[in-house]
Design a protein around this ligand. Structure first.
Ligand code: NAD
Length: 308
């Protein structure tokens, strides 16, 4: 069956402007409709959504506008044979810049100066505290789109970049690749550890008490992937005890991060509200990917980024 329409589920409003996204498809070969939870689907419908809904399984194809599709049950899609695609491949620059931004700030202390600026306070730090990221070691865990986006930018700043990935293939800008079984060796000497893996059963809690203890006590953790990959209680304990120096965090076990979370109060923790991918043209990047897959679907080609 050919596709007859593209249904844009209103949950995309969580990340991108609904009208702007629909308008981005003005040259698409099929009509685009904004739909809510009262819609039903058949084989001739494509769906683009942020959140999963059971009725999407009746559609001809479903696209998750996010890179992380952990909220979708891929087994259900395998069972019904409904193709599921995601938006990996477009976040290397956006999330890469955020991760490098945290590292530069944590090293050069921009976050601390800004805090003091709020009180019109001319704050002069302890001589020993600031450092340059140049020549410091960064370990990037997961070398897909995000990981490579971080690694190439860090390499350009003169950092010593190592990484963790399951295949031993070399990656541009990464001087040494460790196997996930050797995670502790990979992170032990790093000044920065950046998490860039998907949230799966094997990555959940990957950074916990042991890993935080293995890290240097002057090391910083960067998490731009998914909250549950880092054991958040263990992280708070490590920050409290000073077994690591600080963190840059875009993602959390519970989002929005609850007001009572102790993470808000650490001077050396930078928190961003899961907007690592946010730019004023994010909706266009996603639309381009979806339009490419509409074309492929209609031409009987295999879909890009198929995850089930
Ligand atoms: P990707 O598929 O391009 O890369 C993920 C990489 O991790 C792959 O190379 C994969 O082989 C590797 N990997 C998986 N399990 C691993 C393990 N146990 N050990 C080592 N490597 C492992 O995906 P991506 O676009 O780079 O995104 C990665 C994740 O980051 C997403 O799943 C999503 O959860 C998150 N993300 C967050 C934001 C944000 O706004 N903060 C934006 C995009 C993606």
């Amino acid at each position: 069956t050919d596709l007859q329409r593209l249904c844009v589920h209103e949950s995309i409003g969580n990340k991108i402007p609904k009208e702007g996204f629909v308008e981005a498809f003005d040259e698409l070969s099929i009509p685009v409709e904004l739909v809510g939870d009262d819609e039903s689907y058949d084989e001739s419908d494509a769906v683009a959504s942020f959140k999963p809904r059971p009725e999407f399984l009746d559609a001809g194809w479903v696209h998750v506008i996010r890179a992380g599709y952990d909220a979708f049950d891929t087994d259900e899609y395998e069972t019904t044979g409904t193709p599921l695609t995601n938006s990996t491949g477009i976040h290397g620059t956006t999330v890469g810049e955020i991760a490098v931004g945290y590292m530069l700030s944590l090293a050069r202390m921009l976050h601390v100066y800004r805090d003091h600026q709020n009180d019109s306070d001319w704050y002069e730090p302890e001589y020993q505290r600031p450092f340059t990221v140049e020549d410091e070691r960064l370990c990037v865990i997961g070398l897909g789109t995000l990981g490579q986006g971080i690694a190439t930018r860090a390499d350009a700043l003169g950092m010593d970049v190592v990484g963790v990935r399951r295949s031993q293939e070399s990656v541009p800008g990464v001087s040494e690749v460790y196997h996930p079984d050797d995670l502790h060796d990979a992170i032990a000497d790093a000044r920065f550890v950046a998490v860039a893996v998907p949230h799966t059963p094997s990555t959940e809690g990957m950074i916990s008490t042991d890993e935080l203890a293995t890290m240097r006590d002057d090391a910083y953790l960067v998490n731009v992937a998914r909250g549950p990959i880092v054991d958040q209680d263990a992280l708070v304990d490590a920050l409290d005890a000073g077994t690591i120096a600080g963190a840059g965090l875009d993602v959390f076990e519970t989002e929005p991060l609850p007001e009572e979370s102790p993470l808000w109060d650490f001077e050396e923790v930078i928190i961003s509200p899961h907007r690592g991918s946010a730019t004023n043209r994010y909706h266009l990047d996603i639309a381009e990917l979806v339009a490419e897959n509409v074309r492929r679907y209609q031409d009987g080609e295999s879909l890009k980024n198929r995850v089930a």
